[in-house]
Design a protein around this ligand. Structure first.
Ligand SMILES: Cc1cc2nc3c(=O)[nH]c(=O)nc-3n(C[C@H](O)[C@H](O)[C@H](O)COP(=O)(O)OP(=O)(O)OC[C@H]3O[C@@H](n4cnc5c(N)ncnc54)[C@H](O)[C@@H]3O)c2cc1C
Length: 506
């Protein structure tokens, strides 16, 4: 077991690393660097690691607080095998079948499944040509997934040409991969509900399907093509597994410890300041939100290429209003994942992204993990997580007033369309707002999903994982490339590790 970093003002050995933040990105990077012989300390401000992938327990109910859909699990298997470990020894994954159900405003519902014979039957109910349209769409998105994974997702960018690669660019253009996501989907499907069904996934990244590039159709491929998974014990089991991996490899994790500043000497990052203590290391990696890290932890005089004006100009993704309910109800007619799209979905998106008001008629999503894993609630009861997409804090919303109204709208819709009368059956409740995302995890503008994913903030155009002005300062997580979501953040850890190893060879 390697020793933790000694608190000292002297320069430490050449292979010591401090990671600011114990989110999925920080933990995956720690594991990879430990495997390469680095001495790693993860410093996390909260009492628990995991960042947005977190958990609360209340009155016998266990709530995952952030991510709920686990996809593209190969990147997690790869992280563990890279470190000489077997992911299956750390976690038990269950593939969900079906994946989820979507309720549309006209009261129709569709069940999405990775079992294609079943799924196309569902599509046929909406459009007799639905199956044919789906298979054409599926062929296109599987090709886009293959091309973008190699050329845009799993790549460190040094120059623009690494991103606008003529060969892969031409392949994407041929498949309309550079058009807007909604338009791309509309090219294949005629029924408006199916158009919504295959484009709403960009909301997982906090970007409107009318603004996201069509390459983000890969999310819908990941769901149906690669499956949706659930870690036994809840999504938080993933954070626990990664923290265990780090400590098994000899890493040090310090929780309830907030970094106040990244120390820079002669344009080199040399340590971090925590209250009155300095901890020195040869490499500093910020896993905390990238915009926050530059703005709050690095003196502007050291970052001329990232002035505050530039940081403020970056567009943040939307946010989320979350209700965590413990309910005394069997929640019949519900699946593990359920999506409810509102009457005028386009206007709903406009309210979130342009008008920046609380949606008048909200779309929302519910996660009831107890459908798969009853151990998360007292016997016969259910965990009921509700996520309502809302604007980030770059708005003038009166949150206190709006929250009760939205809660009542959610409860009314669940009753009228699903016969689920849970209003009086909520035994315990916790609410999480964009203000909480800002104060708890230091997410800039309270954006649940970090930096937005429109074209000019994707790939090469996204803030890079290495500081241009400050040597030995790196970034990992949702706001650098490849982007947000657990698979991308896990890949971000791989990419920053490759960068550090390459730089340390020089
Ligand atoms: C509500 C919600 C639902 C989501 N759903 C999904 C989903 O279903 N599937 C999916 O794949 N993804 C989902 N995501 C996205 C996914 O959770 C994130 O992309 C991912 O967890 C981000 O990880 P990260 O390591 O980049 O950052 P974070 O999780 O933000 O971790 C950064 C850490 O840094 C810490 N920190 C901040 N400042 C300091 C400081 N000064 N000193 C020390 N520590 C500090 C924070 O406390 C935090 O723990 C969801 C996100 C949210 C919010």
């Amino acid at each position: 077991m390697k020793k933790p970093i000694i608190k000292t003002s002297k320069r430490p050995n050449a292979k010591s690393v401090i990671i600011v933040g114990g989110g999925i990105g920080g933990l995956c990077t720690a594991a990879r660097l430990l495997k390469n012989g680095y001495q790693v300390t993860v410093v996390e401000k909260e009492a628990k690691v995991g960042g947005r992938a977190n958990r609360i327990t209340q009155s016998g109910y266990t709530f995952d607080t952030g991510p709920t859909l686990l996809m593209m699990t190969d990147v997690l298997y790869d992280t563990f095998s890279y470190c000489g470990k077997n992911f299956d020894d750390y976690i038990e994954l269950i593939q969900l079948e079906p994946n989820y159900q979507v309720a549309f405003a006209d009261k129709s519902k569709i069940t999405v499944s990775s079992n294609l014979p079943k799924f196309v039957k569902e599509l046929e109910r909406f459009d007799p040509k639905g199956p044919e349209q789906f298979y054409k769409f599926f062929a296109a998105v599987s090709a886009i997934y293959r091309i973008s994974r190699a050329s845009f997702i799993d790549t460190n960018f040094d120059k623009m040409l690494d991103f606008i690669n003529p060969k892969s660019g031409a392949e994407l253009l041929k498949r309309r991969g550079l058009s807007k996501l909604y338009n791309f989907v509309a090219h294949y499907f005629k029924d408006e509900r199916l158009r919504q069904l295959f484009s709403f996934q960009s909301m997982y990244l906090g970007v409107s399907p009318h603004e996201a590039p069509a390459v983000y159709s890969v999310v819908s491929y990941m769901e149906t093509g690669l499956g949706i998974w659930y870690p036994k014990g809840g999504m938080y089991s993933l954070s626990v597994a990664l923290a265990k991996l780090v400590t098994d490899l000899g890493g040090d994790i310090q929780t309830s410890t907030a970094v106040d500043e990244i120390i820079i000497e002669d344009k080199v990052a040399v340590g971090v300041k925590i209250k009155n203590t300095q901890i020195m290391a040869s490499t500093i990696i910020a896993n905390a939100d990238l915009i926050y890290s530059y703005q709050d932890l690095v003196d502007p005089k050291f970052r001329p290429s990232m002035p505050n004006t530039k940081l403020r100009a970056y567009k943040q993704a939307s946010s989320a209003l979350l209700f965590y309910w413990g309910v005394d109800d069997p929640c019949e007619n519900m699946l593990h994942h359920n999506v409810y799209l509102c009457k005028d979905f386009k206007n709903n998106l406009d309210e979130i992204f342009h008008q920046k008001v609380l949606p008048r008629d909200p779309s929302f999503y519910t996660y009831i993990p107890t459908k798969t894993d009853p151990s998360l609630a007292p016997k016969g009861k259910n965990v009921f997580y509700v996520l309502v997409p809302v604007p980030n804090l770059d708005s003038n919303i009166n949150w206190e007033k709006g929250i009760e109204r939205i809660k009542n709208q959610v409860i009314r819709r669940l009753k009228s369309e699903f016969g689920l009368d849970i209003g009086s059956k909520i035994k315990t409740e916790s609410i999480f707002t964009p203000q909480d995302f800002e104060s708890k995890f230091n997410l800039h503008k309270g954006s649940a999903f970090g930096l937005s994913h429109h074209f000019f903030q994707s790939g090469y155009f996204r803030p890079h994982n290495k500081s241009k002005n400050i040597k030995n300062l790196y970034f990992v997580g949702a706001s650098t490339y490849p982007g947000g979501g657990i698979p991308m953040v896990t890949l971000s850890a791989k990419l920053v590790t490759e960068r550090i190893l390459q730089d340390d060879k020089k």
